[in-house]
Structure formats: C-alpha cells, structure tokens
Design a binder for this molecule. Structure first.
Ligand code: GH3
Ligand code: MG
Length: 350
C-alpha cells in the first residue's frame, strides 16, 4: 500500500516502529503476470479506447481524467505502470511524473508518457521529469504493447533486486538457529520503541528470560538437543505473544529479551508468568528424548505514561537483568519485576 496522507494515527505509529513489519514480503511482480496500469487521459474517447485495448491485452486497468486524480489513486494503491497523457487540465503528465518520483511508493513505477509533441526538447523535458519512455500520439497499439513489455522486464528486475535486499535484511537481523531477532536488531530497534512510547506516552515492558540449568541439557543430551530446546523455546514464546507488536530477540546463548510495546507493568508480569507456564507445563521434545525445561524471568516496565526523558535502553535492560538475577537467586522458575515510573527513583517490587 502506498504511504497515504490520511493514514490513521495507529498505523502511523506502527509504521514508525518498523519492527515486525520487516518480516512482510515485498509486493510481488514477475515478468509473467501483467501488472496493474493506471491510465491518465483527459480525452474520454481515447481513454475508453485505450482502456478497452489494454484490458484486452490482459492488464488490470484503472483510468482517470487528470493528473491530480491519478496522483490521488497512486497514493492509495500501488500501480507498477503509469501511462499518462502529457496535456491534461490541471496537473499535466509531466507534473504527474515529477510528483510520482517525489513520493514514496511500494515499488518502482514505470511511467510511459503519451505526447502529441515530438520535438527533441519536449521529449527530453518529459524524460527528465521522470518518465521512463514516451510514445507519440496517435498511439500505435502493437508499439504500446512492446514498450509495456520492456517496462515489465525492468519492473521484474527491480522487484527481484528488492526481494533480494529484503531477504538479506531479514537474514542480517535474525538469529539463524531460533528465528528470533538477533542482538544487533535489538540494539537498533529497542531505542526506537522507547522513543515511540515516549512520544505517544505509552508504557513499554521488556522481559529478560533465561533457560534454567541449560548447561545440564547440553551436558546430558548433547549440544544438538540443546539447540532443539532453544528452537522450541522461541517458537513457544512467539506463539504466546501478540504477533503484530511484541517481539523476541536472542540476547545471548540461552537468554532472550521480549519487547512488549504499549504494555504496562502488570501486563508485562502477566505475560512473563504466562510464558513461564507455557515453558514448564509441557516437556520439550529433543532428538535425544524429552526434557523438562523451566526458565526464569525479569520484567522491567515504564510507568503507564511511558518512559521519561532520563530512561535509557541500557537502564531498562539492566533493570530487567537485575530482576532476572533475583529470580535465579531465589531458586529459578519464577518472575521478578520492576516498574520504573521515574528513572531517577527506581522502586523494586516482587
Ligand atoms: P542458569 O540456570 O544459572 O541460567 O544456568 P545455565 O546452565 O542455564 O547457564 P550457564 O550460563 O551456566 O550455561 C549456559 C549454557 O548455554 C552454556 C553454553 O554452552 C550454552 N549455549 C549457549 N549458546 C548455545 C547454543 O546456541 N546452543 C546450545 N546447545 N547451547 C548453547
Ligand atoms: Mg541459563
């Protein structure tokens, strides 16, 4: 979807958080499927004839009568191909091409300019405004199809490049063994979550969790069985948290940090206790047999109105870690937490 001006406040916040959304795939464009075309043409007869012709050629076509309407449509839906007349009332084709190049859309737009003018200066002006190609009117239909085919090859290339970049990005932020986010992503993303919660005055909870006596599992069943436990641990946690906002990162070997935006202290502790139950209540299957696993938890949460200016990510993580340490010291398989309504006056609660 294009970045619309009328996006709701909530989805705006989500876009800013830029977290779980990274896992979404990029819009699919291949050389085989005809991409959607937006046709901007003010002459009703030409518009109707071209729409009919393009539809017959297999394209999904939306047609509008001027540049402003075209731009409005493009803000709401991604059209990989724009075919636009040059001369139109209000925003003309050249202004439309310029505008399209200045907004952020979900993918590249291949812009084909139709013009009655064939002087070199005009053609250069059209291409410099952002058009990829031009056709002199009256349009010769087989030539239009051939030029659209050339455009589709470019779109398919651009798409595969973007998909490869997307895959690389996912690989660079994911822990290969468990599929959780890696520490690099955590240290990149958590400051943004803190900032976002501060701006919108929402609480934020983080939960540090560590598998109890994990070394024993490795020692008794082998490293590979330990890996099985780590994988299942993460998939159990992922299944039990909100998939569109909460996320888990591998902090160290068998230590993970759960990030729960818009979650206050009580709910943070509730989630930690829920996850603790999910881990301990069902044995883990490993390649070396079943294993009983427990984990310890430390919750650190901001006050209900979000982090104050003094709160740093390191402080939040340290507070969760100290609570986790307390849980370990008191015998493991338990949760301790701290609410930090004011970073300068930390109050510990069990
Ligand atoms: P505690 O209850 O105090 O947390 O004890 P623990 O045994 O869980 O903690 P300790 O720090 O003594 O041992 C953690 C072990 O986790 C040691 C390390 O070899 C193992 N480990 C770290 N990363 C991996 C991994 O990716 N796979 C496996 N199988 N083991 C790992
Ligand atoms: Mg451990």
């Amino acid at each position: 979807m294009a970045r619309c001006a009328d996006r709701t406040a909530q989805s705006q916040r989500r876009a800013e958080s830029d977290t779980v959304l990274e896992m979404e795939s990029v819009t699919s464009i291949t050389a085989d499927t005809p991409p959607a075309i937006l046709l901007a043409e003010d002459d009703p007869v030409t518009r109707m004839l071209m729409t009919r012709f393009l539809k017959k050629a297999g394209y999904d076509v939306d047609a509008v009568a001027d540049g402003a309407e075209a731009l409005d449509k493009m803000m709401k839906r991604y059209y990989p191909i724009l075919v636009t007349d040059w001369e139109m009332p209000g925003m003309d084709g050249v202004a439309l091409c310029k505008a399209v190049r200045n907004i952020q859309l979900d993918g590249y737009v291949y812009a084909l300019l139709l013009t009655a003018r064939d002087s070199k200066e005009h053609i250069i002006a059209g291409l410099e405004a952002g058009a990829d190609d031009y056709l002199v009117k009256p349009v010769h239909e087989p030539e239009l199809i051939a030029r659209l085919n050339a455009g589709r090859r470019i779109l398919a290339l651009e798409h595969s490049l973007r998909a490869a970049n997307h895959r690389n990005r996912i690989l660079s932020i994911t822990d290969a063994l468990t599929g959780a986010y890696n520490r690099r992503y955590l240290m990149e993303q958590l400051p943004r979550e803190v900032e976002r919660c501060r701006r919108y005055a929402y609480p934020l909870s983080v939960i540090m969790c560590d598998i109890d006596h994990f070394k024993r599992i490795n020692d008794e069943r082998g490293h590979a069985a330990g890996d099985d436990v780590l994988q299942q641990f993460v998939s159990r946690v992922q299944r039990s948290i909100r998939s569109n906002s909460d996320w888990i990162a591998r902090y160290g070997g068998e230590e993970f940090l759960l990030v729960l935006p818009e979650t206050e202290y009580k709910s943070g502790v509730f989630v930690a206790e829920k996850v603790r139950g999910i881990i301990r209540d069902e044995v883990f299957g490993t390649r070396m047999g079943e294993a009983q696993v427990t984990a310890s938890f430390g919750v650190a949460a901001t006050g209900p109105n979000g982090p104050d200016l003094a709160l740093k990510v390191e402080g939040l993580i340290k507070a969760a870690d100290q609570c986790l340490y307390k849980s370990k010291q008191e015998g493991r398989d338990r949760t301790h937490g701290i609410e930090i309504p004011n970073s300068l006056a930390l109050t510990v609660s069990a």
